[in-house]
Design a binder for this molecule. Sequence first.
Ligand code: ZN
Length: 447
Amino acid sequence: MTSLCLQPDWTWTDAGWREQFEVVVSDGRIRSVGPISQAGERLRGRALLPGLINAHSHAFQRTIRGRTEQRDPARPHDDFWTWREQMYRAAMRLQPDELEKVARLLYLEMVEAGITTVGEFHYLHHQPDGRPYSDPDELALRLQAAAEWAGLNLVLLRCAYHRSGFQIEQNPLQIRFLDRHWEDSLAAVERLRSRGLAVGVAPHSIRAVPAEWLAPLAEYARKHGLPLHMHVSEQTAEIEQSLAEYGCRPVQLLQRHGLLGEDFTAVHAIHLLQEEVDALQGCNVCSCPTTERNLGDGVVQADALRAAGCHFTLGTDSQCQIDLWEDARQLDYHLRLVRRQRAVLDSPAGGLSDWLLQTATQGGARSLLRPDLGSVRPGATADLVAVNLDHPVLAGDDPRHLVWAATPACVDQVWSAGVPRLCGGRHPRREEAVAGYRNVMEQLARA
Ligand SMILES: [Zn+2]
C-alpha cells in the first residue's frame, strides 16, 4: 500500500483555500484533508490543487501546431474551413506508430501543464484508404497506450462520423473518419468498453452525423451511463446547413432528438440565439478558448449560458496551446473584449478565481461523468498538482488568485491516483517523447 501525506502551504479544497493543511493519500485515493497533524512531505512554497481536466482534445492535430498560421498567396482567404483542409491533410498522413509518438509527446505536455485527465474526442479511425485496420480499434488503443505511457488518465470519446455535410460531396480527406452506420459506431464503443477503456459517445457534429443517428447514439450513452459529447455551433456555416436541411437551428435539432441533458456536453456552443442558450440549461458547455481564438470561431457567451444554468468545462481542442490556466482566464477575457467590461463572469458574491478553477477541474469531471475526479476531498481519486508559488510568475502573489497568471511552467509536481508523474516541473520521459516526435515530423517532411 503506497501512502502519501502532502503538506503544502496552501490547499484548494472542496470548501475553498486552506493554509497549512495536509492531504493524506493511500491506494490512489484521498483519505483525509485537514490541518497538519503528523510528519509528512512538506511542500514549501507550493499550492496543492486537483489535477486539471481537459475535456476536449484531438491528439493528431498537435502535428500542425504553428504550421497553419500564414495565408497562402494562392488562397488569400483564410478561415476555419481552409484550416480544416490542412488539418485533414495532416490526419491522412499518420500511421499508427506515428500517431502514438505524437500522442506521447502531447500527453506528456499535458501532464507537465498540470492536466491529469483528458477527454480524447477521437475520430481518426481507419487506414488512409478508408479500410478498417485488422484490429478496428488500432488507433484508439494507440492513444490509450500513449496516455498510459505519459501517466495521463484518458476518456476515449469515440466519435461517430458519417458524411461531409448536407448536400456536400464526400471529401476524400475525411475517409479515415467514417462509419457506415450508427450501429458501427456503437459496436466500436462496445468493443472499447469490453477492452477496459473509459469511453464516451461522441456524434461529431450535425454536419458529420445525420439526424437519424442522434437518438440511438444518445440512448446508448444514457443506457450505459456514458458521457455524450458533440461539437455544437462552432461556426455560422453549421447553422446555415442546419436551417437548410432541417429548418431549425442546431440546438433545436438536438433538443428534438433528445440529446440535451446533464450528461450532454456541447463543445464550443458559440453561435446561439437566446432560446438556444435557454434550451441548454443543465447541460455542460466545453469552451476551448485558445483554439476558438486561433480559428476565429467567435466568443462563447459564458455569461448568458451560465445564467441559463449551464455548467462549464475546458478543452485544448486543436492543441495550438496546452495551457488550461490560460483557457480558464480567457473565458472571461474574451467576454471583456466583447462587452468592454472587466470581470464579466464575477458575481456579486465574488469568487471568479474559484469559479475558473472549478471550471478547469470539477467542470471536466462533471462533463466526463467522473465525480471521483476534480476535487481535493476525502474519497476522491488522488489526482493532484503542486504549483510553485516561488516561481517568478507567481512570487509574492495571493495564491488564491493564481489562476490569473499561472502557466504550465509553474507546475512543479503532479500525481495521478497517488502516483508521482512529474517532479521539479519535468516529466522523466521528456527526452524520449521529444526525440520520438521529432523523428515523426522529420519522416513526414521527407515523405
Ligand atoms: Zn474539436
